[in-house]
Design a protein around this ligand. Structure first.
Ligand code: NI
Length: 169
């Protein structure tokens, strides 16, 4: 296993649209285990392959308290969505920025596992929000892009300032 570097907003590579996984082989299993290790280490509750510069439709999520519920989601499709939830989100690609985003409250997902087998997942609460957040990444979208353009400008200047401080400190 290996830790993977996480791209940070506004890196242009975060805008790439991921393509479907066609080969359910050992390299996919390695990617998934590296992504899980990277997510747990960060620590985060979700990671999309886009964030580690692999533009395939692969997501790992674990919203449990004790890191005991890893969900590997490949080629996800939302087949049903209902309700509305406004939850404060953060992102490993947008360090130290948190803001509220409007999402569906419940989603039903159809996806594949690392063997290619299809499964259906009914999600609500934090898991539903996380799934929608990670699926946005696969479309080249970061959560701050749901915010007003004024807020997005503020986020960009905060991150620039942060990057400067990291260099000088
Ligand atoms: Ni994210």
């Amino acid at each position: 296993m290996a830790l993977l570097p996480i791209l940070e907003y506004p890196d242009a590579r975060l805008k790439k649209v991921a393509t479907p996984v066609l080969a359910f082989d050992d390299s996919l299993k390695k990617l998934v285990s590296d992504m899980a290790e990277t997510m747990y280490k960060a620590p985060g509750i979700g990671l999309a392959a886009t964030q580690v510069d692999v533009h395939k439709r692969v997501i790992v999520i674990d919203v449990s308290q004790d890191k005991s519920d890893l969900k590997v989601i490949i080629n996800p499709q939302i087949v049903a969505a209902s309700g509305e939830a406004v939850v404060e989100e953060g992102c490993l690609s947008v360090p130290d920025i948190y803001d509220k985003v409007r999402r569906a409250e419940k989603v039903t997902l159809k996806a594949q596992d690392t063997t290619g087998a299809f499964f259906t997942l009914d999600a609500d609460g934090l898991l539903a929000v996380c799934i929608q957040h990670e699926m946005d990444h696969l479309q080249g979208k970061v959560f701050v892009e749901h915010l007003s353009s004024l807020k997005q400008m503020r986020v960009k200047s905060k991150l620039k300032k942060r990057a400067r401080e990291l260099v000088t400190n």
